[in-house]
Design a protein around this ligand. Sequence first.
Ligand code: CDP
Ligand code: MG
Length: 136
Amino acid sequence: MSNLEQTLSIIKPDAVERNLENEIKEMFKNKGFNIVKEKKIQIEKAEAEKFYKVHETKPFYNDLCAYLSSGPIVVMVIEKENAVLANRDLMGATNPKDAADGTIRKKYGISIDKNSVHGSDSIDNAKIEIDFFFKD
Ligand code: CDP
Ligand code: MG
């Protein structure tokens, strides 16, 4: 049964800064993802705080929001069968040290905070996050 989904991916500042945008997009395309929307932007810290609101009680919240707004990011809507889970698999574990071979974070992540990519963690959050960046 076909289960085409869309999810939100962000290439984070550490990866954009190292010019990894094209390499990371190739990893998505090689896994069968279609990039249906994309834009390179820099967001304000207040926007990052809204985006990461689920983490507002975490000790890393302030640094996380400062970091996401510290430089250009590439925000993408990516699509394939079971895209939400497939993207989480391709990203790898939050901490690059724990990420499996072949994942984006294993290949490019620097540290738990500079881990190169964001991906929605559920179908509901994918819809919310896609709207956050692409609702006009
Ligand atoms: O990004 P992911 O969904 O894998 O992880 P998360 O638990 O939703 O955390 C969001 C982001 O916060 C991570 O991607 C890290 O960049 C950052 N983080 C951090 O800096 N320190 C932690 N101990 C946990 C997460
Ligand atoms: Mg998350």
